[in-house]
Design a protein around this ligand. Sequence first.
Ligand SMILES: [Cu+2]
Length: 159
Amino acid sequence: MYTHIHRLTFLLALAWVIPALAADQRTGSLTITQPWSRATAPGAAIGAAYFEIVNAGAVDTLLRIESPIARQVEMHTSYTEGGTMRMRPVTSVDVPARGRVRFEPSGLHVMLIDLVRPLRKGDRFPLTLVFQHAGPVRVEAIVQDLGTLIPPWREGHGQ
Ligand SMILES: [Cu+2]
């Protein structure tokens, strides 16, 4: 009896967790890990998206990102100036051979400017990452809670 209850709890826990995570997307030697975004505050027309690019092969360059969710999509980097967090657009991002690049809060991020609709928790929208060598890679981002600061797949993994 105990075992059955335990199993049921486990399955319910899985059912709760899985829909929050997008699938990893592989193309050639590149893997785009679980893209995610954050719900927008009421009235906000700007959003952000994050993911990790793992490269098992030769160097490639991320040239741009496209998405129908916003009228303008930019890649930004964050930096601190005089104690204030600022950000500026970058024209491309190198993905080192056998290396990885993280887009995450307070770091590199995708800036979704002039959203076509508000982002709500659980929403999904496509992002197309255009690489110099691998070409376009389409992934799906899943919108997390407004207050989410670390990628959902890293929660509870001590990173
Ligand atoms: Cu930005």
